[in-house]
Design a protein around this ligand. Structure first.
Ligand code: MF3
Ligand code: CO
Length: 266
């Protein structure tokens, strides 16, 4: 199977879906504060997605006989990805939480994630967030026509390991379009010059998952939540990127520099 190349209509559809995905993500972020449960946060996500006329691509997402039961993925501290909102999980000052929003809008899928502090976090946690976000930025910069997927992977891995962190290996970034997961796989580790050639019109979800300890992970008994094997913290940032002759275009880039708080009008 070849990597899908989006035509004009496909690119227009991806732009819209990704704009919805980033709007939801940045509005959801406004609700992260000590005292909220991750269940309530997921309900906010559900309502934001519905309010924009979109559908969660996570809700009901099927792997084998299991269906993902939440509308967003909310992963706290040692949880890496695919955390399920719970009434029992009350966010505490000093936590970090990864918000992963995947929406389907008019037949196209936008995928993005950020990890944010809850209240005030330790310098150690703040550094994990900034290193992971920077790894994403460096990976995106390699998503250039004529490069190979391994150039993205290597850029992420080199940056992460330079800081002594572990880059998760058993989950990878991916093409995204009319399905949540399309070709190619985009590992966050690998070698420059290896892998598929990057051509114009690819839409790629680049998503480093970075652990302060070992790269190893395990799955909780809920069948979904991925946690670090050693219990150390983890962070996750993700953008959907369009490859163009002029360079990578981040389709999930929020439109405003400072997201407008929905409370700003009070
Ligand atoms: N961004 C995640 C991914 O690309 C979203 C998964 S949704 C879930 O795999 F349903 F699998 F949780
Ligand atoms: Co993804």
């Amino acid at each position: 199977m070849a990597i899908p190349i989006k035509n004009e209509a496909g690119i227009a559809g991806m732009r819209e879906a990704c704009a919805v995905a980033s709007t939801v993500l940045y509005q959801l972020r406004e609700h992260v504060k000590p005292g909220i449960t991750t269940y309530d946060l997921d309900q906010v996500g559900r309502d934001l997605i519905a309010g924009l006329g979109a559908r969660s691509a996570c809700y009901g997402y099927q792997v084998g006989s299991r269906r993902f039961p939440a509308h967003t993925c909310l992963s706290v501290n040692e949880e890496v990805v695919h955390g399920i909102g719970s009434l029992k999980r009350v966010l505490q000052d000093g936590d970090i939480i990864a918000l992963d929003v995947v929406v389907e809008y008019r037949g196209y899928i936008g995928d993005n994630a950020i990890t944010v502090p809850v209240g005030t976090v330790s310098p150690v946690r703040a550094k994990l967030l900034s290193v992971t976000e920077e790894a994403l930025r460096l990976g995106i910069a390699q998503a250039k026509v004529g490069n190979r997927i391994g150039d993205i992977s290597a850029a992420v891995q080199v940056h992460v390991e330079k800081h002594g962190y572990g880059v998760v290996r058993d989950m990878v970034g991916h093409g995204v379009g009319i399905s949540m997961h399309e070709e190619p796989q985009i590992p966050n580790f690998g070698r420059r010059g290896k892998g598929d050639l990057i051509k114009p019109g690819m839409t790629l979800a680049i998503e480093p998952m970075v652990n302060t300890g070992s790269w190893r992970t395990r799955t909780l008994r809920d069948g979904w939540t991925i946690v670090t094997a050693d219990g150390a913290d983890s962070a996750h940032f993700e953008h959907t990127v369009l490859t163009t002759a002029q360079g990578p275009e981040v389709l999930t880039q929020p439109r405003v520099a400072e997201p407008v708080s929905i409370h700003a009008l009070d």
